[in-house]
Design a protein around this ligand. Structure first.
Ligand SMILES: [Zn+2]
Length: 134
């Protein structure tokens, strides 16, 4: 599989070659050739944009996969014992991760009302009972 940066470099080279061909065509009088080259430049610009989008999507999928390996399921919640930069240890909502692959921090309600479960998810509304210490 081609690396995304290599694909972008290839497309950039193709754009440079088309610009060179356009310069040659501009010095001639063949209108059809000029129009075809202009169309080709537009298509290449679209391909370049699509590659950038795929690169971003691929990056997101890799991050998600990396998170999946780091997440630890405990007390019906997820935790990140070794959180990547920008994230915390947790707990995170198990339902949101399992169904939507969204990492949602749980809100700790334990200090407000001891009759309700300790944690709640503000996105899906799931509640989690107090942690049972082993
Ligand atoms: Zn949730």
């Amino acid at each position: 599989m081609a690396e995304p940066m290599a694909v972008i470099a290839t497309v950039s080279n193709a754009v440079a070659l088309v610009k060179k061909a356009k310069a040659v065509a501009d010095s001639m009088t063949n209108v059809e050739l000029k129009m075809t080259i202009a169309e080709l430049m537009g298509e290449l610009a679209t391909v370049k944009m699509q590659v950038a989008e795929l690169q971003e999507e691929n990056s997101q999928l890799r991050k998600r996969q990396e998170l999946q390996h780091k997440l630890v399921y405990k007390y019906s919640k997820y935790f990140l014992p070794d959180p990547p930069e920008g994230l915390h240890v947790g707990p995170y909502c198990a339902r949101c991760w399992d169904f939507d692959k969204k990492l949602i921090s749980l809100i700790d309600y334990s200090s407000k009302d001891y009759l309700t479960p300790n944690f709640g998810c503000r996105v899906c509304g799931s509640t989690y009972d107090p942690e049972v210490l082993e």
